[in-house]
Structures are given as C-alpha cells and as structure tokens.
Ligand binder design. Structure first.
Ligand code: HEC
Length: 146
C-alpha cells in the first residue's frame, strides 16, 4: 500500500512538473496563436467568407493568448537549453528588446480586437501588422533547427 501511495504521488509530481515546464507552456501558447492566425489568414485570402462576429471572436482569443505570455515566467534564464526549444540565446542577451518586441505584438493584437474590423479590408490592415510582428520576433529571437 505504501509503495502504491509513493508511486501515485510520484506520478502526480511528474504531471505537475510537465505543466510547470516553461518551454512546453510557451510552445503551447505559440501553437494556439498559430491556429487562430491560420483561421484568420483564410479569411484574409478570401478562402473563407468574412464574418464580422467570427473574426472578432478570433481576435479576442488572440488577444487573450497574447496577454498570457508572461515573459519572466515563460522565458526564465537558462531555458534556451534543457528542452526541445527553438528559443534563441539572443532573448537573454537582449531581454529588454525581447520584451519590447512582445509588448508591440500585444499592443497590435489588442488594437485589432478593440477595432472590431467591419470588413475584410480593415482586417487585412490589422492582420498585416500582426503577421509582421510574428515574423520580426521569430527572425530575431528564434533559431532555425534543421
Ligand atoms: C515576442 C516574440 C514572439 C512573437 C511576437 C511571436 N512569437 Fe512565436 N515564437 C517565439 C519564440 C521565442 C518561439 C520558440 C519557443 C520555444 O521553442 O521555446 C516561438 C515559437 C512559435 C511556434 C512554434 C511552437 C512550437 O511548437 O515549437 C509557433 C507555431 C509560433 N511561434 C507562432 C507564432 C505566431 C503565429 C505569432 C504571431 C501571431 C507569433 N508566434 C508571435 C516568439 C514569438
């Protein structure tokens, strides 16, 4: 019985450690934003019809996702190694720059959600700004893995 209790508590510990892994947590948030942006991109390209309510819901979800990125908690020192991560050491060499890049992204997403685009052209302008924020940050603060 005692052995079983120990085994169960070790399992619980392993599970909570997995949830507390900042690399997995930040990658999960990135994946989520990738999905949302993928959906919006279909609307921008005209592959899906513009539906103002659905677009607003997606932008609000993107905003909520952006606000969840607590840079200090998700990018602790040393977390460029020790896991399967593409985060570049540049993040920790230039933490102020990384935080500013993240803050600009959060501000642009917040503005897009607040503006509630009424047509596809309005969405295109906002989507362009958001997409370039993704690209700028990835180019500077991510390493490509072959
Ligand atoms: C402020 C910087 C920053 C911004 C802005 C940003 N990303 Fe990222 N993104 C990162 C970093 C750093 C990683 C690498 C995380 C890791 O592997 O630890 C990453 C990884 C990813 C990944 C791969 C996740 C995985 O499973 O490994 C996806 C997908 C992604 N980002 C999508 C996006 C999209 C879409 C946007 C814009 C809507 C965006 N990101 C904006 C910094 C950023």
């Amino acid at each position: 019985m005692r052995k079983l209790v120990i085994a169960i508590s070790m399992l619980a510990l392993a599970a909570s450690a997995a949830f507390a892994d900042p690399i997995l947590d930040r990658q999960a948030l990135m994946k989520e934003r990738g999905k949302i942006v993928g959906g919006l991109s279909k609307v921008v390209k005209g592959e899906e019809p513009f539906d103002a309510a659905a677009v607003l819901t997606a932008l609000q979800a993107l905003h909520a996702n952006a606000e969840k990125v607590d840079v200090d908690a998700l990018f602790p020192a040393g977390s460029d190694t020790g896991g399967d991560t593409t985060a570049s050491p540049k993040i920790w060499e230039d933490m102020a720059g990384f935080k500013a890049t993240n803050a600009k992204y959060v501000a642009d997403v917040k503005a897009a959600a607040a503006a509630a685009p009424a047509d596809v052209d309005a969405l295109k302008a906002q989507f362009g700004a958001i997409g370039s924020d993704c690209g700028t940050c990835h180019q500077t603060y991510r390493v490509k893995k072959g």
